[in-house]
Design a binder for this molecule. Structure first.
Ligand code: NAP
Length: 280
């Protein structure tokens, strides 16, 4: 029985912090599937060998996290449209012997807002704080959902401009100094910077400058209520935390490897919240 059980993985460096094993094992148990989901620590120098050996090791596929999302992009034989647009791969799977790379972060971001903030994509211009890898996934999701005015603000203006050039029409790049002005008529504010994580306190934008109908979301989920979300809440704005993005991005991968489409339930969320609390 053990020999036929389906194997999946998450690869990163380091990997001990990853919540993905807990998410996928929750679903394996819920479906009663005899499969495994393993955390694998691989340094950049070993990435190509790891990916090259997946088939031999009996892996059906897996997730890819920091710092390998760009490295695996180059190693996948085929890539889905989201991965091509974003320039990074977070999910690998085999299809008829071919290794596919996809990116489900944009799906996770949009599905989280769909769950908690109905009509978030019809609320006006979006301001995105940050221009790193996660910002690329967020901007892709915003464009896909038809938001016509996307304003990227970043400490390093050149990186914001790179993103603006990458995504083209409707995506503009700005320096931090312009944030107040950009917020005045915005319908959505998204933090994609590492600012707000435990040990990296600070606020890049004052939610009090937003219109009262605006929605504020942070993709950082440790802590669950970041300083930005706390400030937005205090100002009476609708807020959505970043944990749902992590949970929803996991759905398509599980379906590829294990053949069932899982659901993000309150039970799953509660078990990950408890895990985050225990680690804090
Ligand atoms: P990244 O590529 O390293 O980009 C980091 C971004 O944060 C850059 O725009 C950087 O600005 C900015 N930044 C960092 N420290 C800052 C500071 N002190 N002041 C102002 N700006 C600062 O990282 P990433 O992969 O995009 O990830 C960003 C965050 O998103 C991480 O916390 C990650 O855990 C989280 N994330 C969450 C999910 C989820 O599922 N919820 C998914 C992916 C990522 P510069 O360009 O000026 O350096």
């Amino acid at each position: 029985m053990a020999e036929t059980s389906i194997r999946a993985f998450v690869v990163g460096h380091p990997i001990a912090h990853s919540r993905s094993p807990k998410i996928h094992r929750h679903w394996l148990e819920a479906f009663g599937i005899a499969g495994s989901y393993e955390a694998v620590d691989v340094a950049p120098a070993g990435l190509a060998a790891f990916v090259g050996g997946l088939n031999r090791q009996g892996f059906r596929g897996g997730n890819v996290t920091i710092p390998h999302k760009e490295g695996v992009f180059a190693l996948a034989e085929r890539r889905d449209e989201a991965a091509e647009e974003i320039g990074a791969v977070n999910t690998l799977w085999f299809e008829d012997g071919t290794l596919w790379g996809g990116n489900t972060d944009a799906h996770g971001f949009a599905a989280n807002l769909d769950e908690y903030a109905l009509d978030w994509d019809r609320n006006g211009p979006a301001v995105v704080l940050g221009a790193g890898g996660a910002a690329r996934a967020v901007v892709h999701a915003l464009k896909q959902r038809g938001i016509k005015d996307i304003r990227i603000v970043n400490r390093t203006l050149a990186r914001a401009r790179e993103l603006g050039d990458r995504f083209g029409a409707g995506v503009s790049a700005h320096a931090l100094g312009a944030t107040g002005e950009l917020l005045a008529d915005a319908g959505l504010l998204v933090n994609t910077t590492a600012l707000g994580m435990h040990g990296n306190e600070g606020l890049l934008a004052d939610p009090a400058l937003l219109p009262e109908k605006a929605i504020v979301t942070d993709i950082v989920y440790v802590p669950l209520e970041t300083p930005l979300l706390a400030a937005a809440k205090a100002h009476g704005l609708k807020t959505v935390d970043g944990l749902g993005m992590l949970l929803h991005q996991a759905v398509p991968g599980f379906e590829h490897w294990f053949g069932k489409r899982p659901v993000v339930t309150p039970d799953l969320r509660a078990s990950i919240v408890a895990d985050l609390g225990a680690a804090a």
